[in-house]
Ligand binder design. Structure first.
Ligand code: RIB
Length: 315
């Protein structure tokens, strides 16, 4: 199938951050509580919001002041046009965001409970067509970027190709949790991995979720020099060459946790580009992630630095 990027794509000469990942149209309904299996729950009006883990991470880093390029795919539909426009509004380079004919854009069906927690089903659509060839076409961007961010809403061979051709620090956010073991070559190419407790469990052969008390030991099992485990309201652990630091989160009352993990990754990349030590980078990421929970939606909730301060106070 032939496919093409748009003639008018926004291009930055040398982006600091390359994001290889997904863009989804989020279809969001607020519900009193996330439904149980087999249950129907009545919710509020449907909202259509730009999202997707890759695009959220790209926009998060861009709002924090970084120059960012997005490598991915959208469908040739209204959702795809909305997702591209959202990235461009935040100054993200979309010259490697390809429009895929006869294919729907990625869509995420999201229920947000009144405690701010959510339940998400993703139809990857065009995201599933991202190929090694697409990644190779962005080789100059990947080679030049100080940080390359990848997630697992895209085909793993494309993610591997991105990690292997990146010239800078490779950060893998293994979300959504992988259903089969990741290729050893991918783990070898990654410098920093950012799992949550469920993803850490899957990566280290445990059922369910890894308890905070044993998260550092599990993190040490991964063959990656820096493991940053996100712990939700408890903040994050940075495990660097086996040395553990716990970074606590500010106390917040979440409105919607969607994209908090993505803004965490975008902020971590921002701080790594600015050459902050890893523990300081994680401290910044924890704050940005917490601030993201205080507003609804994925991309609309991603803060700029002034908003992090106004939402949380001085850190
Ligand atoms: O991490 C949040 C994102 O996950 C949402 O924006 C949704 O699109 C899914 O990809």
């Amino acid at each position: 199938m032939r496919s093409s990027g748009p003639a008018h794509a926004h291009k930055i000469p040398k982006p600091e951050i390359a994001v290889v990942g997904s863009a989804n149209l989020d279809l969001v309904v607020e519900v009193p509580r996330v439904p149980l299996v087999g249950e129907t729950v009545l919710g509020g009006d449907l909202a259509r919001i730009p999202g997707g883990k890759g695009a959220n991470q790209a926009v998060a880093a861009a709002r924090l002041g970084r120059s960012v390029a997005m490598i991915g795919r959208v469908g040739d539909d209204e959702g795809g046009r909305m997702l591209r426009a959202a990235l461009e509004t935040d100054g993200v380079d979309t010259s490697h965001l390809t429009t895929t004919p006869n294919t729907p854009s990625g869509v995420a069906l999201i229920a947000v409970g009144d405690d701010g927690d959510n339940s998400i089903v993703v139809s990857p659509g065009a995201n599933s067509r991202l190929s090694v060839t697409d990644v190779e076409a962005a080789a100059d961007v990947l080679d030049a970027a100080a940080v390359t961010l990848v997630q697992l809403e895209s085909p793993v061979d494309a993610v591997l190709a991105a990690a292997e051709s990146a010239g800078g620090v490779v950060v893998l956010n293994p979300a959504p949790a992988p259903s089969s073991p990741l290729p050893a070559k991918l783990l070898e190419a990654v410098d920093v991995i950012v799992p949550n407790q469920t993803e850490l469990a899957l990566l280290t052969g445990h059922d369910g979720t890894v308890d905070v008390a044993v998260a550092a030991d599990s993190a040490r099992q991964l063959p990656i020099p820096t493991v940053v485990v996100t712990l939700g309201a408890l903040g994050a652990l940075a495990v660097v060459e086996g040395e553990v630091s716990h970074i606590a989160a500010p106390e917040v009352e979440p409105v919607d946790t969607t994209a908090a993990g993505d803004s965490f990754c975008g902020a971590l990349a921002d701080a790594l580009v600015r050459k902050e030590p890893i523990v300081d980078a994680v401290r910044w990421a924890v704050r940005v992630g917490a601030a993201t929970t205080l507003r609804p939606g994925a991309q609309p909730s991603l803060p700029n630095p002034a908003e992090v301060t106004s939402l949380l106070g001085k850190g």
